[in-house]
Design a protein around this ligand. Sequence first.
Ligand code: PBG
Length: 323
Amino acid sequence: MYFPEYRLRRLRKDDNFRRLIRETNLLVDDLIYPMFVVPGKNVKKEIKAMPGIFQMSVDTALEEVREVESLGIPAVILFGIPEKKDEAATEAYAENGIVQTAIRAVKQANLSTLVVTDVCLCEYMSHGHCGVVQNGQILNDVTLELLANAANSHVEAGADMVAPSDMMDGRVAAIRSGLDHIGYNDTPIMSYAAKYASCFYDPFREAAESTPEFGDRRSYQMDPPNALEALREASLDIEEGADIIMVKPALSYLDVIYRVKEEFRYPTAAYNVSGEYSTIKAAAANGWINEERAVIEILTSIKRAGADMILTYHAKDAAQWLK
Ligand code: PBG
């Protein structure tokens, strides 16, 4: 049937009709809130390029996790900024490293929020790269052991899930076998499977103090024009034991989210990254955009593309708006 008999506007004219035919419902259940933990006490330092997001010491972070729990957000993902950085990323797998300490604090406080940890070395390396550097090259295979050590130290401290974001080849298998070896075969891995070398991470690097000292991350993160390669990345990570596969960033890669979800039908995450957040915050601060409507529209579009869960700095605001 066509116009004038069939009219799509019939089911748009009232909010109740719109609710009945709505295909995608964004829920607080879909959200994961990223947090940056730093050494010290009573620290709450706003990240300039990310208004509303702070570097926090463990005590302050704990209060924020409490808030996240009370908002009904299922999970946080922790990033650590260590006291000292070196060429072996020692603090990334130190028993009393910053992330390990934060995990223990959340677990001791008996909060039900899932604690996911980002597993990477860039925040802990003096040169800011995600792997071991030799003669200006980022070495893949020797990095794997350090990543596995970091993941092990996180789960031993109580992490509920680890999320490798380094983009070394073979790291999911290395982490899986590391976890299994120490008896954590029940702990899932959320792999940053298709992680692109994106300009949208710039504000994060201020937050995590992880800007590379030389060069960039293009020799290990994906080239933005490629989508089929993302399917190969996801397929390998699944083979290696990933439980959740992630596409990152989200907004310039909605097609990739869609393809990955269609191809594998695996639990799929998308990372609505720092630069995507900052862009909206800047426009909203200037009165150029309605922040609430923009955020809900964006997060809904990421879910509509196929994401089951969204890592987003907007999580706390979105949870309030979704009430
Ligand atoms: C660590 C890591 C990065 C992000 C998550 N994990 C930065 C990078 O790869 O440079 C970016 C997150 C964001 O921009 O919000 N490798």
